[in-house]
Design a protein around this ligand. Structure first.
Ligand SMILES: O=P(O)(O)OC[C@@H](O)[C@@H](O)c1c[nH]c2ccccc12
Length: 268
């Protein structure tokens, strides 16, 4: 199963990271870094009626190579020009052909908050995310224990990062709500174990969230009807990757899917 394989690969990566990343050294370096840009805050103060996290995604295990002509910085700049609230950057190499280097380079060239999109299973990856320039990390409930979800969340916040907690079913959501730390929750419409996608997962799970949670609908969103459906279901933001990556002009694609920027002065 894909998710087991990816976690096994991550375990190997973490062994290597234990050699290369020293936690006390990382803490000292991070203490001197600029503050993160508020990721959750950008979604709350969104530029459009629905918030947008636009994803920089070259390939995926379910779809293979999505964008052969892949220039991560130009893509991120196009997203910024289109008035995206946030950008997600895949950093997993083996399954998504992403890279930490893409995130670092994008950080130097764009000013929107960045999500480091990866499979976090160890606290060293959280320090690493902060060091490469991320403003937020993803915590996937399907691959973490309750105690990891809780302690990783606190660590990320202590390092100044926002946290997007991802759920796909009711038990995962209930665990996340019991922990009581998540204010930004993503519902993945794609089952990472089977790759089956269904926007109704958003409808079911957002219906169970208490007020005050910023809810993001993630994956398999490609039409204005899809956006309308998840908004109706209560999503305050959407996370879109593949659909944008398949369009020649990414900036136009954002405006076509989400509509023009409503907020004055949101883009230059
Ligand atoms: O390309 P899509 O279908 O628009 O999906 C984007 C994003 O939701 C997806 O890449 C994603 C959501 N959760 C993840 C966890 C790991 C890797 C990838 C993901």
């Amino acid at each position: 199963m894909f998710l087991d394989r990816i976690v096994a690969t991550k375990r190997e990566e973490v062994i290597a990271l234990k050699q290369s990343l020293n936690i006390s050294q990382a803490e000292r370096t991070i203490a001197d870094l600029q503050s993160c840009i508020g990721f959750e805050w950008a979604l709350i103060g969104r530029n459009r009626p629905v918030g947008l996290i636009a994803e920089v995604k070259k390939a995926s295990p379910s779809k293979g190579l999505i964008r052969p002509d892949f220039h991560p910085v130009s893509l991120a700049q196009a997203y910024e020009q289109a008035g995206t609230d946030c950008i997600s950057v895949l950093t997993d190499t083996d399954y998504f052909q992403g890279s930490n280097d893409y995130l670092k380079r994008i950080r130097e060239q764009v000013n929107v908050p960045l999500l480091r999109k990866d499979f976090t299973i160890d606290e060293r990856q959280i320090y690493e995310a902060r060091l490469i320039g991320a403003d937020a990390i993803l915590l996937i409930a399907a691959i973490l224990t309750k105690s990891q979800l809780s302690s990783f969340h606190t660590l990320a916040q202590d390092l100044g990062l926002d946290v997007l907690v991802e759920v796909h079913n009711r038990p995962e959501l209930e665990t996340v709500l019991e922990i009581g730390k998540a204010s930004l929750i993503g519902v993945n419409n794609r089952d990472l174990k089977t790759f089956v996608t269904d926007l109704k997962v958003t409808e079911e799970l957002i219906g169970l969230m208490p007020k005050g949670i910023v809810a993001v609908s993630e994956s398999a969103i490609s039409t204005t009807d899809d956006v309308a459906f998840v908004r109706q279901a209560g999503a305050q933001a959407v996370l879109v990757g593949e659909h944008f990556m398949r369009q020649a002009n990414v900036q136009d694609a954002v405006n076509d899917l989400l509509g023009p920027v409503a907020k004055e002065g949101a883009i230059g």
